[in-house]
Write a protein that binds this ligand. Sequence first.
Ligand code: PEP
Length: 248
Amino acid sequence: MSKRRRLIVGNWKMYGRLTSGLVLARDLAEKAQANKPLDFDMIICPPATLTWAVSETIMGSPVMLGAQDCHTATHGAYTGDLSAAQFADLGCRYVILGHSERRIAHGETDELVARKVEAAQLAGLTAIVCIGETAEQLAAGSTAEIIEKQLRASLPDKCRMAHLVVAYEPVWAIGSGQQPSPADIATVHKVIRKTLGEAGETMQIIYGGSVTPVNAGPILYEMEVDGALVGSASINSDGFWAIAEKCR
Ligand code: PEP
């Protein structure tokens, strides 16, 4: 087991209406409260429409709140966008940045992600930066090279390493039911750690991509893996909690 504190992050994506979202948040808060003190960190990232209501629901419990994205600016004429400072106001402590669904559907580049990381850290948030290779890059055997390049380019020059979590999320594994082997995940995490230099030793590096209660055990057993970023399986409280318990 790693000496770094383990971290389990739930990315609700665009799932959850007011009632279902609050039931989910309340269930998790109750489970976390009943298991205090938690020996791992639990973060939930609801859609922005639910941030405030979820914030109130989990207040006082060990569950922490995150956002799924933020703008590069603190404020301005950016219709429909939300800033890191606005999320911080609502009680968020984390923000997911550079998720492949945003890189693909919104054309987000490494450079834009780096600017968002800077904005998030300036607002006091910890950035969970997602990187990962595509199926083609995997087949070409260029995973390590892609990961190193993407990671370097997705971080700002003055990155605050204490406010950074890296999520290795192979694009081909997200929502597909497919995954690298735990050993392959560990190998990529070592590449990430080496790329980060000294800071890499203490950095939380987590894995994301089709994690379920059934397959989480062997992945989280790897010393190199400090936790998981969970998408679809995070919108069921029992399932998400079962994954989190594998962090122990
Ligand atoms: C994700 O959204 O980051 C993710 C890993 O999704 P899923 O667990 O559904 O593959």
